[in-house]
Design a protein around this ligand. Structure first.
Ligand SMILES: NC(=O)C1=CN([C@@H]2O[C@H](COP(=O)(O)OP(=O)(O)OC[C@H]3O[C@@H](n4cnc5c(N)ncnc54)[C@H](O)[C@@H]3O)[C@@H](O)[C@H]2O)C=CC1
Ligand SMILES: O=C(O)[C@@H]1CCC=N1
Length: 275
């Protein structure tokens, strides 16, 4: 995979994370190309990551073997229609990280028989701790699947889903998921201040607790429910807090939020889909 040239169309947050991860895992910056509509963004890519840049999306497509589409979903249609003629000239793998754009829409915009891997990463990719689910269309061969997986694995966990519709659920779980944990951290910080802690101490204690909980959950063979039981002494403080959460509908609220996110992902696919 180190010999493949990879182009990023859109050099924003997610592309920067992926490029940093690829370089950190041994990919040569000389084999990476980036195009972006913003000249300052392109300049930052040469200055900081020493990759090849171009203001032209078509030039990037012409230079590479894999194209990662990393623009916002709302502009993907225009970008796809723009690069379609260049893609037709060669056998390029297209990897899309755009939320809520189906392979069918993308394929239609790109003009048909294109190898497409659709992914849903998340922002912890910025610190090489991302979680990504991938789905390949029927035109993707095994070598291209490995290639796409290697790109996303450079910034964390990468796993395949069998059915593209599962990416709507993945978007609700891990794509948007970091924001749920940040909301819990925000709420805990607010409560900690009310309880008399200073902001600095509260934030540090909460951050380290979140890290510790995630680490123990990853490293232990026990389920979250079992790990929770280990913290919860009968009649103790945790039991009081957990009962307060549960009796006030925390579990149902989480389910409702994830359903709303999944439904929005489906709705976005319809609104932004092929026409
Ligand atoms: N931010 C998140 O949590 C996640 C984002 N995604 C997906 O990743 C994609 C990129 O998101 P971000 O990096 O957060 O966005 P961003 O706004 O940071 O980056 C998008 C970049 O595309 C550039 N751009 C706009 N129009 C262009 C054009 N016509 N040609 C070339 N470049 C153009 C912009 O200048 C910008 O630098 C989106 O499709 C989003 O759905 C996926 C998972 C998580
Ligand atoms: O909020 C969004 O629509 C995107 C997709 C997953 C995370 N951010």
């Amino acid at each position: 995979m180190k010999t493949k040239t990879i182009g990023f169309i859109g050099g924003g947050n997610m592309a920067t994370s992926l490029i940093s991860g690829l370089i950190a895992s041994g990919h040569s910056p000389q084999q990476i190309w980036v195009s972006d509509a913003a000249p300052a963004t392109l300049q930052a890519h040469t200055d900081q990551l020493h990759v090849n840049i171009s203001a032209s999306n078509e030039t990037v497509v012409n230079e590479v073997e894999v194209v990662v589409l990393a623009v916002k979903p709302q502009v993907l249609r225009d970008v796809a229609l723009q690069i379609a003629p260049s893609l037709k000239q060669k056998n390029v793998l297209v990897v899309s990280i755009a939320a809520g754009i189906s392979q069918q829409s993308l394929s239609q915009w790109l003009g048909g028989e294109v190898a497409i891997v659709r992914c849903m990463p998340n922002t912890p990719a910025l610190v090489q701790t991302g979680a990504t689910a991938l789905h390949a269309n029927a035109n993707v061969d095994d070598e291209q699947k490995d290639l796409a997986e290697n790109i996303l694995r450079a910034v964390g966990l990468a796993l395949w889903v069998n059915d593209e519709s599962q990416l709507d659920a993945v978007t609700a779980v891990s794509g948007s998921g970091p924001a749920y944990f940040f909301l819990l951290m925000e709420a805990m910080e607010k409560a900690a201040l009310e309880l008399g802690l200073d902001e600095h101490s509260a934030r540090l204690l909460i951050q380290q607790t979140a890290l510790g909980a995630a680490k123990i959950a990853l490293e232990s063979s026990e389920s979250p429910a079992q790990l929770r039981a280990r913290v919860t002494s009968p009649g103790g403080t945790t039991q009081q807090a957990i009962e307060t959460f549960v009796q006030n509908g925390f579990v149902e609220l989480v389910a409702k939020a994830l359903h709303a996110a999944r439904d929005r992902s489906i709705e976005m696919s319809r609104q932004l889909g092929a026409d």
